[in-house]
Each structure stands twice: as C-alpha cells, then as structure tokens.
Design a binder for this molecule. Structure first.
Ligand code: NOJ
Length: 560
C-alpha cells in the first residue's frame, strides 16, 4: 500500500457553532477558533475538519447552504476565514472543509430561480415531479420526519428533500449542476485548503423513476434509502469529480456514506479508482438501534462491535482505507454511549480512545472528546435545538400520541444535541464558551469537566490523547500493522493485535465496569514486551494471566 500524509494523520473535527465564541453573541465563530489553535497544536492533531461555515439560514446548523462561496455572518467574514487558514498552515495544521452538495438550502439562488417556473434555466438543478393521485410523487420519508417531498403552489409540482424541506436535493443528473459544484470546489482548493469531508455523498445518485419503497406495514411514509444510497451513477460522479476538481491538488477526501458496506467501501476507496480516500461508514453506530431505527434503543453487545470492526479492519486491509470514529456532531458522546460517564468516566474514555487509536485507519477526534465531555439531559424539549430531534418529538408525541417521557429518554441517549453543547473551556460562567447567552445551554458538568482542568492535570483524558496521537507519529506499526482479533466471542474484553515485520502490538481492552482477566495465548508468552501505553498506573506486568481493572486498557509492543 502507498504511503500518504492522510494515513499518518489524526483529524480533529470542529463544529464551529459550539467551539468558541469571540464576540459575545452566544455563537461560536472563526476568530474564536483562531484563538484556540495553539490548544489544538498542543494536542498534536494534524488536520482540522471544519463543519460548514458557509452562508446558511441554519435550518440544519449550516448543512443547508445558501451560498457556497461566502462565510456565514454569525461565524465571521471571508477575511477571518483566510486568516484561519493562514494561522493553521503557519502552525503546520491542515484544513479540510465540509462539502454539502447532496442538497442546498431552499434560500440558495439556484433554488429561488428553480421554483420560479418550469422552464427556468435552473429548474433542473433540483428534482421536481408532479404529484401522483393528488399526493406526493412517492412514499419516501424524510430523514427529519414527514414526507421527503414538498409541494410548491407556484408551479404545482413537488421537490425532493431527503432532509428538511429547507434542504432540497440537487439534481446530479444535470451536467451543468455538476460543473457548478466542481467550480465551487476549485474555488476553495485554489485558496489552499487541504481537502473535503463530503456530506452524505453516496446519496447523490438516485434510481431512475424514483419508485415507491416497499411498505408492508402500510405506513404513510417509509425510508426510500435503497433508491438513493450508493445509486446507479455514484461511481461515475465521484470519478468525474476527481478528474474535474481534485486531481491536481494534494488533498484528502472522506465521504460520509450512511448505509455503505465493506464491499462498496472497497470500491469507493480503492486508490486505483480515484474516488475518495476513505469513507465514514455507519454500521458500528447502528449496533445499538433496534428495528425501529435510531430512536429504538437497544443495548450494545460487545461481540457485535468486535465483529463489525473486525470486518472493516480486515475488509480494507489490502484495498482502501478506514476512517475511525466513535464521535461526531451527529452522534451521542462516546463515553456516555460505550463507556461509563459517571464512576469510570476518565478510565472508560481513555480505554475507548486506546481502542480507536490503535486500529488501522485515520482516527477522528470530535471536539470535547479529548476532555471526556458527556451526553446532556435537558429537562424540557424546548431546550433542544436540533431539527431532527424536534421534528421526531413532534411526530411521536403530538401526532402519534407517544408518552413524552419515553421519547425524552431516547433523546437523552441518541439526540444529536448531546454532541452540540458548547465546548467546555474552563469553570467560568457558560464554561468559558461565551460571555453572552449560548445558543444552546452548556452541559452543567462544566465546573468539573473542562479543558483548563484537563490541561493542568497530567493524568487527564486530554494528556492521554496527546500520548496516543504522539505514538502514531513514532510507531509505523500503528499506521500500517495488520489487524487480527483474539477472543472474538468474549462479551467483556476486546483484544486485538497489529503486526508489522518482527513486531506485534497487543491491545487489551476491558469494556466493563468489573474486573476481568486475560490469558495470553501460548504463542505470545515469553516475548520481549514493552508497555506502549496504559490507562492505569502502574500498568500490569506481562504475565500469562493478566488481571484487568475496570475499563483498563493496555498496549504492549512485542518483539517476535
Ligand atoms: C450529515 C450531516 O453530518 C448532518 O449533520 C446533516 O444533518 C445531514 N448530513 C444533512 O446535511
């Protein structure tokens, strides 16, 4: 496999609205990010992925873009952004931008034109259809509840929106639209950015005819995802995008791809095909969902997690590349979800970090993960801001009559606002995020959990992340070693190895709040071993039966 900078990097995601406010309006902004670049440099990360900062009416916090080539007023100006890029590059940090081109905002001038008349030159930039029997063109459900179609009285047709009705889907069948997107990408590439994270990029090709989805239970609307995930022309579009926009630049790309499987991911990330460098797959963050989907809570089985990661690690061993994440702005906080955010918050956050950072692939750290920020429980639905959460609550409670307390419980576990509460910088009011009133409340645990405390405490989660990130730079085996799993059937501990040449990493992780033990396999006994990293002091000795404390993580480097 070829070497690339993005294989050796650790990427930090910034959700700008919630990172750092510099002007007291309660909304994070670009000058705020600039003021924290030294913090990021100290952490050791190489690349920042910046969630959207473009002009937007913020129906979906910037994932609804009304002007792809300007900066949202709340976040600053193009000058601020240019300074951000310069300050990052001066520090040796790279910047990748979010590319949201499955849909735009309904306030984008393309859409404003498109809805004017059926013969407007922009009409075909979007997906318009006449109704069927006085109803929507098909039975697809929007990801954010209700129909995926919105009726427009002016031209008496419906437009498709897989997300909110303010996020109309762009029509990738139209070559003019595609060229507009590539031009826009080159605008940012020419400014010197280092790559793109591509929002739901495997949704851009829809199956011809946009058929009804099977609906055995006779529901009003059902998911149509089988007709737009990994659609018929997706590979052509990505290869064209590579040729037209990316090929001349030394940049990285990561495609967000709900519903992608390993076989498809191999095609997307096979270097010889020139599509994307890696994908965000979703299988491991669906393991704790029941048949009813995301809000249908189901306890996670460690064996399922192991099976899944093992499939991806082995599946992309020779062809393609993995991205590694447990957190982002759409997912609950990992320590609350996979660890224990109370008694063992520090231990379990470090264990999960060890798990992820010792795998093969490019690790992503989501803001606040490195200080062990947790999920939040707001008393009232009125304290929540996320459109997905609010629409789901309205549908379930107000339209379907579900018990509010039960719906709130699912929001506490799965809601996206868990990840979107402001970054906790210190123990001053609002966690030092803003001097004004934050757009969403700060998690009340900020006096205990904050960056100032974490930086000052050498045993903190933050310093542990620094160590993990540093190790990746020192040990080629972490980047390139082959993955193998031991004890695939064990429900309590996850043990895997990475092998490169005459070295082996042995990664031992206790995923429980109880003591466990691990018996070394015969072929690994009596090896010369060093502890590379561990989350308890002192680390256990390398003996034939290794006792494990609650959420203990140990990585041994063995000479074979
Ligand atoms: C995925 C993004 O990560 C999410 O935040 C957004 O709501 C949807 N795509 C729509 O853009």
């Amino acid at each position: 496999m070829k070497k690339h900078w993005w294989k050796e990097s650790v990427i930090y995601q910034i959700y700008p609205r919630s990172f750092k406010d510099s002007n007291g309006d309660g909304i994070g902004d670009i000058p705020g990010i600039i003021s924290k670049l030294d913090y990021l440099k100290e952490l050791g990360i190489d690349v920042v992925w910046l969630s959207p900062v473009y002009k937007s009416p913020n129906d979906d916090n910037g994932y609804d873009i009304s002007d792809y080539q300007n900066i949202m007023d709340d976040f600053g100006t193009m000058k601020d952004w240019e300074l951000l890029l310069k300050e990052m590059h001066d520090r040796g940090l790279k910047l990748i931008m979010d590319l949201v081109v499955n849909h735009s905002s309904d306030e984008h001038h393309w859409f404003m034109e498109s809805k004017r008349s059926k013969d407007n030159p922009y009409r075909d930039y979007y997906i318009w259809r006449p109704g069927k029997d006085g109803k929507e063109p098909n039975n697809w459900k929007s990801t954010f509840s209700g129909s995926a179609w919105q009726y427009d009285e002016n031209t008496e047709e419906y437009y498709l929106h897989i997300f909110s009705k303010k996020q109309p889907d762009l029509n990738w069948e139209n070559p003019k639209l595609r060229q507009e997107v590539y031009d826009m990408m080159r605008f940012w590439l020419d400014k010197g950015i280092d790559g793109f994270r591509m929002d739901v990029i495997n949704f851009i090709s829809k199956v011809d005819g946009l058929p009804d989805a099977p609906n055995p239970e006779g529901k009003k609307y059902v998911s149509g995802s089988r007709y737009f995930m990994n659609g018929p022309r997706i590979h052509d579009y990505l290869q064209e995008m590579h040729r037209e926009a990316l090929a001349d630049y030394d940049v990285m790309t990561v495609g967000e791809m709900p519903g992608v499987n390993v076989e498809q991911a191999k095609l997307y990330t096979d270097e010889s095909r020139n599509e994307v460098n890696m994908v965000f797959q979703f299988e491991h963050v669906d393991l704790d969902s029941g048949p009813g989907g995301k809000w249908d809570l189901k306890p996670l089985q460690l064996t399922d997690l192991k099976k899944n990661f093992t499939k991806w690690q082995m599946g992309l061993e020779d062809i393609g590349w993995n991205s590694l994440y447990l957190n982002n702005h759409d997912q609950p906080r990992m320590v609350s979800r996979f660890g224990n955010d109370k008694q063992y918050r520090v231990e379990s956050a470090k264990m999960l970090a060890t798990f992820l950072h010792m795998l093969k692939g490019t690790p992503y750290v989501y803001q606040g993960e490195e200080i062990g920020m947790t999920n939040v429980r707001f008393d009232s639905i009125d304290d929540y801001k996320d459109i997905e959460t609010l629409n789901m609550y309205d549908e379930k409670v107000n339209q379907q009559g579900e018990v509010p307390a039960k719906v709130m419980e699912s929001i506490y576990v799965k809601g996206r606002d868990n990840a979107r509460t402001p970054f906790q910088w210190d123990d001053s009011e609002h966690g030092g995020f803003t001097t004004g009133t934050p757009w969403i409340q700060v998690n009340p645990n900020y006096p205990q959990i904050n960056a100032r405390q974490a930086v000052a405490d050498e045993n903190s989660i933050y310093h542990y992340y620094r160590k993990l990130i540093q190790l990746r730079k020192e040990q080629q085996i972490i980047v390139h070693g082959r993955y193998d799993i031991l004890l695939p059937e064990d429900e309590n501990i996850y043990v895997y190895t990475r092998t490169l040449g005459s070295q082996k990493l042995l990664v031992i992780l206790n995923f429980t709040g109880e003591e466990q033990s691990f018996t070394l396999p015969a072929d690994l006994q009596d090896k010369k071993s060093d502890v590379l990293v561990s989350n308890y002091e002192p680390a256990p000795e390398y003996v034939s039966s290794i006792p494990l404390r609650q959420y203990e993580a140990i990585v041994y480097l063995l000479e074979l």
